[in-house]
Design a protein around this ligand. Structure first.
Ligand code: SF4
Ligand code: SF4
Length: 364
């Protein structure tokens, strides 16, 4: 899906004056720092969660650590189920409430900052980005699929999203509560960890294939298959902040379009509304022209480009600040109101966790 606003046809006789950008661009450095911090945070949570699971698998022996509720950020389906439950009842569920708060935080990011979640926070997005950059080093370039294949494959993530939304949308609040209270629902986080710990041959082959395609094609997983990214993209259509090009200042060099990992024709648009825009600001970082391209609110109606964009643009630091406020703000709210941890008794975990592999999906 691509909804963009084309600019007026420029008069080729008019050669525009190039005014070099004054401030150096730091967007990619700042974004990479945020990505790195978030990967480190996820690594820390993953280690802590592993130790917590091992403690219960050993029957309460060994190192005892607190259960990191942040691990529920890796349960997007639980997040969607809890979101539906909250919409239907107005109540915050007791099982995996952190999944709900993180899901809402990521939705709000998309609502305000396009799909910034994908290119600033998501560890899978970060991994994908480093893979295609590595692929470009190895092969000299990335592969671009023919338009028909690209458009068809981009639809896959919406099919997957539609499947989950249809299944969860059809469940009543009672059915959602019942599901979450089955051993499978209670141990969804442990089962996610077990998937990576005890990976079967088929899953390993699929992951290796995804890694291979991600080396060849920019953001292969995110662009074609991720249902979470599909949802974030749809919400991002409502974002008031977008990549915006000032046709008067722009010298039509085309660098922004060539730098865009989503292959968007940035140099021909006045605003990028596409669901594929991840607010990575790679286009802004390569644009050397003052006031030509920015991540901004709609411009003011003023004659001079500088006045048009005064207090309308979002600097990379401001983007990082909004992301941090939404992420930590919702976590603090959840903690302060007692809705962060899944508070099951220790005895229950002692009984359930060692048998997590036997907990089958209730629908099977
Ligand atoms: S990089 Fe894009 S926005 Fe900047 S001057 Fe060139 S064409 Fe215009
Ligand atoms: S390069 Fe610009 S237009 Fe392309 S995805 Fe990144 S922010 Fe969006």
């Amino acid at each position: 899906m691509s909804t963009q606003t084309p600019t007026e046809t420029p008069n080729p006789a008019e050669k525009k004056k190039f005014v070099r950008r004054i401030a150096p661009d730091r967007s990619q450095r700042i974004r990479q720092i945020v990505q790195g911090l978030f990967v480190a945070l996820n690594g820390w949570i993953g280690l802590q969660f592993y130790l917590w699971v091992r403690y219960y698998e050993r029957g309460g022996q060994g190192l005892s650590v607190a259960r990191p509720a942040g691990a529920e950020g890796w349960l997007p389906i639980a997040g969607l189920m809890n979101f539906k439950y909250f919409l239907a009842t107005g109540l915050i569920p007791a099982i995996h409430p952190a999944a709900l708060f993180l899901f809402v935080a990521f939705l709000l990011m998309s609502l305000f900052l396009k799909k910034a979640f994908c290119s600033w926070l998501c560890p899978v997005g970060t991994f994908s980005e480093y893979l295609w950059k590595l692929g470009q080093r190895i092969f000299g370039r990335s592969l671009r699929l023919p338009r028909w294949a690209d458009v068809t494959l981009r639809g896959l993530k919406y099919v997957l999203l539609g499947f989950f939304v249809f299944i969860i949308g059809a469940m009543s609040a009672e059915a959602l509560l019942d599901f979450m209270n089955t051993p499978y629902g209670l141990l969804a986080d442990v089962k996610m960890l077990n998937f990576f710990r005890n990976m079967g041959t088929t899953a390993a082959i699929v992951i290796l294939l995804l890694v291979f395609f991600s080396l060849l094609v920019q953001n292969f997983w995110c662009r074609y298959l991720c249902p979470y990214g599909a949802l974030m993209g749809l919400v991002s259509l409502l974002s008031p902040v977008k990549i915006r090009r000032d046709a008067d200042a722009c010298i039509d060099c085309g660098k922004c379009a060539r730098a865009c990992p989503a292959h968007l024709p940035v140099d021909q648009l006045v605003q990028v509304r596409s669901v594929e825009c991840t607010a990575c600001m790679a286009c802004v970082s390569v644009c050397a022209t003052q006031d030509a391209l920015q991540f901004a609110l709609p411009p003011r109606k003023a004659a001079a480009p500088a006045a048009r964009w005064s207090r309308r643009t979002l600097s990379p630091l401001a983007v990082a600040g909004v992301i941090a406020c939404l992420f930590f703000g919702l976590i603090l709210y959840a903690k302060a109101t007692g809705h962060w941890q899944t508070n099951l008794p220790r005895e229950m975990y002692l009984e359930l966790v060692p048998h997590s592999n036997e907990a089958a999906h209730p629908g099977m």
